[in-house]
Design a protein around this ligand. Structure first.
Ligand SMILES: O=C(CO)COP(=O)(O)O
Length: 125
């Protein structure tokens, strides 16, 4: 399973907690993350194999969207902050749109992400 993990600043603690909950499953996945999110997952959970792209405001969402568009990702967990305007809002929308265009599962909140991760973990056995 090839997954992207992305979280805005106010959602990073939630992402780390979620990834800790599913650490056994995520260790067996190919992971890609935006810079700061990926750094925290590596440092705090030891997910050493997570591939980090640029930080979101510097183009990281676009890098992940480009991979997704050519079929290199099976799912996206993108914990967006709906309460804080982001300077790179067009990039965020482009990534979520790319998920819809290519019918790639995308969760943008913790409850949806937990459902997706549980389903994938069960499928992988
Ligand atoms: O801004 C982001 C997604 O839009 C996340 O980027 P970072 O993980 O580098 O903070």
């Amino acid at each position: 399973m090839r997954l992207a993990l992305i979280a805005h600043d106010h959602k990073k603690d939630a992402m780390v907690a979620l990834a800790a909950e599913f650490a056994d499953f995520l260790q067996r996945c190919e992971l890609i993350a935006t810079g700061t999110t990926g750094g925290r997952l590596r440092d705090e959970l030891g997910l050493s194999r997570v591939h980090c792209v640029l930080s979101g405001p510097l183009g990281g969402d676009l890098q992940i969207g480009a991979r997704l568009a050519v079929g290199e990702l099976d799912g996206v967990i993108f914990l967006r902050d709906p309460m804080t305007p982001q300077p790179h809002e067009p990039d965020i929308n482009a990534l979520v749109r790319a998920c819809d265009v290519h019918d790639v599962p995308c969760a943008t909140n913790v409850s949806g992400a937990r459902l997706m991760l549980a389903a994938w973990a069960a499928k992988m056995g």
